[in-house]
Write a protein that binds this ligand. Sequence first.
Ligand code: PLP
Length: 474
Amino acid sequence: MAQAHLYDQVSEPSTPRSVADLFAERERSRYLTHSRYLNEQMVRVLKAIGYDVGFCRGDAQYLYDRDGVRYLDLLSGYGAFAIGRNHPALREMLKSVLDGEFPNLVQMDVSTLAGILAERLLARAPYLDKVFFANSGSEAVEAAIKFARAATGRPGIVYCEHAFHGLTYGALSLNGDDIFRDGFEPFLPGCQCIPFNDLSALEKALHSRAAAAFIVEPIQGKGVNLPDAGYLQSAAELCRRYGTLFVVDEVQTGLGRTGRFLAIEHWNVEPDMVLLAKALSGGHVPVGAVLARRQIFEKVFNRMDRAVVHGSTFGSNDLAMAAGIATLDVIASERLIENAARMGERLTRALDAMIPRYEFLHAVRGKGLMIGIEFGPPKSLRLKSSWHALEASRTGLFCQLITIPLFKEHKILTQVASHTSHTVKLLPPLVISNSDCDWTLNALDSVIAASERVPGAVWSLGKTLIANAVRAGA
Ligand SMILES: Cc1ncc(COP(=O)(O)O)c(C=O)c1O
């Protein structure tokens, strides 16, 4: 007998149901549905590490699973929920857009809300003149690559090792980690990778005057790598000397994350283009933005018949623009930039103070609420063999001995800073409080202490991770 298609088993309602009803009815089968119709490997990962708890609600910096258990979200949707999930001001704004019956995306008109948001963004970077709105960080990067080529007439783009600028083809061509690139070659021609923090490599790359742009994250998201003192200033000067545009990707670092509106402000540099996304719409609506100098726009959009030479159907849509306006209001009215600086300082200082107490804990770095906690090999013989057993099965596995107990026992969601990295990354919403910092610090203290008890419960988890790694590699 022919097997009935799964679709036949899904009853189609005759009257539309609310999304709340749909969610309640189907959320328990989300992993099954996802395995069947979407990315099965993602479900396998979640089940293997025990993260399949079925989150059902998000409120500010907290997530709640289906049993009502509260989690502290130090991942914030990869930084998108900087103002916290479901912020009341953002919800009101989005509802009022729908209630307002605005003439969204007329296309043969221009957007009022985009004008307002552009004006407000440029007020924060007064050396820039124009804004292009896209629908994601990757799209902002794609636009920057095209704009740089058009503005300079040059083909090349210089980028850094360990850079992450997104996963579309142009952005992926600037990706500094093989894990994302393997299998997707060939990439955009003319892209050159140089080490981060290496000015002589940059000068060498710019010398032939073939580079349209040097695109760089002020603090690299993968690994939370900080620029050396003077690096970004000198990089900008070199770019100016060789006629290359200096472009900063602030998709992750922008909008208050590091304790300044833009991270580049820490180093007093004025780039030719600034790229934003993630937090810009408060997390609920996809958005991206390129802030640029007037001369760049004048080269790209240089004639009336080229007025739509770059763009996309949903760019500048009303929901995204209104969300952006509400987000900027919340960041200002709740003084979130100041809070990011204060909470970040508190966390970094307390974590730093733990370093002498733990062999595995090597360094803490970051700015504001973008923090990397770096682990490394221990000194004592007692711990060395356990570390090496883990690392021999897969580089970077140690971090999971920290992130998994943080999640399971302390209800804190974090991430490893990159594949094969020994750095655990904290990227919380900017709204976290002193008591959230206490929660985080107590949990980290206890989890790191447990990792140094060998044998112990954490190292039983270690054995399971090694077995999983061996199986996955087989
Ligand atoms: C620095 C940076 N640039 C670009 C991107 C890509 O943004 P999106 O995922 O919205 O395409 C990311 C995403 O993590 C990012 O961190």
